[in-house]
Ligand binder design. Structure first.
Ligand code: SAM
Ligand code: SF4
Length: 317
């Protein structure tokens, strides 16, 4: 379905939980979040109904996220059911990778096509620091298992945090030399926990090109999405830059987001949302209202427009 500005909205990102087994400093409070009552969280059947309505409206792509989506029981079964819905062509998952060792193979069998794994440092002590509790070896094993299960290319999401991992940009890029890995650097967004972080932590995506000048731009590969792509000469993998702040891509935005507690967010970088409870069983109306309410662009540069109601673990990134 087209929105008010002529954009084809065909991508639904679904957060299935706001709980997580990590506590990344820019995303979640150190104490974690209070577990919501079951009645406040969408049941998997309700999520399936939303996806069925979305498919009727022309949505083709679904991505599960969180919190950490793999801590939600029944996700594999949900993916299996959704993969049978006519019109749904692509199902992806964004995960911290910690539980992939256990779930990569069954997820692949259920019809999951793509996995994005978040990893902000390749050094064990720094990884532990940024996640507050995580072990680098666990996510590395998860990445290996996902590759062995046949997910290709694996995408690694790296949030650029000035003063924390800018010294590892080259190490991350080097991962693409002889493996079909896509490393995607994401600009830190001033949302929730990171809303009041010091300006020095916010780096533009262009920092990557300054640190690794050998990177060559790739022509737009028809992959859609929000990243600009680059490559090292002769490398097997690619490097993506996702720069919502320094290189606003709202004009090509094709997505809306469903939160675990049943709110549709037309824009990631806005507090505006619609509540499923107001729509009874009319999921098509729920979705079309969200598409119609999609703003032309975000206004995150204005201090009074910084989203504060939800942390990123409650939105899904
Ligand atoms: N737990 C899963 C994970 O970490 O991949 C999925 C949810 S997480 C909220 C989705 C993505 O959002 C991750 O890649 C995470 O690094 C990113 N993220 C979280 N807070 C962010 C922020 N303030 N700015 C930019 N990216 C952020
Ligand atoms: Fe959890 Fe992902 Fe947020 Fe880290 S970024 S705390 S892994 S939801």
């Amino acid at each position: 379905m087209l929105d008010e500005y002529g954009r084809q909205i065909d991508y639904l990102r679904i957060s299935v939980t706001d709980l997580c087994n990590l506590r990344c400093r820019y995303c979640m409070p150190g104490s974690g979040v209070e577990k919501k009552a079951h009645t406040e969280i969408l049941r998997l059947e309700e999520i399936e109904q939303v996806v069925r309505a979305a498919a009727q409206l022309g949505f083709k792509k679904i991505r599960f996220t969180g919190g950490e989506p793999l801590v939600r029981r029944g996700l594999t079964e949900l993916i299996s059911r959704i993969s049978c819905i006519p019109g749904i062509e692509d199902i992806g998952l964004t995960t911290n990778g910690v539980l992939l060792k256990e779930y990569a193979l069954p997820l692949r069998g259920a019809g999951l096509r793509r996995v994005n794994i978040s990893i902000d440092s390749l050094q064990a002590a720094k990884y532990h620091w940024i996640t507050r509790v995580g072990e680098l070896s666990g996510v590395m094993e998860g990445i290996e298992t996902a590759m062995a299960a046949g997910f290709s290319p694996i995408k690694l999401n790296v949030v650029l945090v000035g003063g924390f991992n800018d010294d590892e940009i080259k190490d991350f890029v080097d991962l693409t030399r002889d493996r079909e890995i896509e490393v995607r650097f994401i600009e830190l967004m001033p949302v929730g926990e990171a809303a009041d972080w010091d300006a020095a932590h916010f780096l533009p995506g262009s920092e990557v090109l300054e640190r690794v000048p050998e990177l060559m731009p790739l022509p737009f590969k028809g992959r859609g999405g929000v990243a600009r792509y680059y490559k090292l000469p002769g490398s097997r993998g690619d490097v993506g830059l996702i720069s919502p702040l320094s290189d606003c891509f709202c004009g090509g935005c094709n997505r809306i987001r469903l939160t675990a507690d049943g709110k549709l967010k037309p824009c990631l970088l806005s507090d505006f949302e619609l509540d499923i409870k107001a729509y009874g069983t009319d999921m098509r109306c729920f979705l079309t209202d969200a598409i119609r309410a999609k703003p032309m662009r975000h206004h995150i540069h204005q201090q009074d427009a910084v989203p504060r109601v939800r942390n990123m673990n409650q939105i899904g990134g």
